[in-house]
Design a protein around this ligand. Structure first.
Ligand code: ATP
Length: 134
């Protein structure tokens, strides 16, 4: 069995997490999944949502993840996301503003509104707010 499980969360801008984890839970597109060290290899796409992991000391950590992909190997979980933030780095005011913008767009009846885009923006904002409020 693998010695340790390493979690890497990477976006096009930066490495958000690179550390040992005891368990990783992520929002897979087929449903939430949990990984312990020694897990069978698999690859999945991710939904917009909340990720959590227990660090080496057993402390639970929360992150926002904006879709993307997860590669699970027995000793490593790699998350590649469009954007991701640790709970402490989420700006609550910014997320509240994004939520209000998205809600206004969705309430607008004009044909100019890209509904799918506004819904995705709303989902991102709502998840960020809920993580910040944990
Ligand atoms: P906004 O409309 O506020 O830009 P968004 O959901 O469209 O929100 P993203 O496209 O997901 O933003 O992310 C763009 C960049 O801004 C990424 O680097 C992301 O980490 C960062 N970001 C977005 N919202 C927040 C937030 N509330 N707190 C901290 N960082 C954020």
């Amino acid at each position: 069995m693998a010695e340790k499980l390493i979690l890497e969360v990477v976006t096009p801008q930066k490495a958000v997490v690179s550390e040992e984890a005891q368990i990783v839970v992520a929002p897979g597109s087929e449903g939430e999944f949990g990984v312990l060290k020694g897990h069978t290899t698999f690859l999945t796409s991710l939904n917009i949502g909340t990720m959590r992991y227990e660090d080496a000391s057993g402390k639970e950590r929360y992150l926002f993840v904006n879709g993307g992909f997860a590669e699970v190997l027995p000793d490593k979980v790699t998350i590649l996301a469009e954007s991701a933030e640790r709970r402490k780095d989420i700006d609550l005011d910014r997320a509240e503003e994004a939520r209000q913008r998205a809600e206004k767009r969705l309430a607008d009846q004009s044909e100019k509104v890209d509904i799918a885009r506004a819904e995705a923006a709303l989902r991102r904002a709502v998840h960020r707010i809920s993580i910040k409020n944990i």
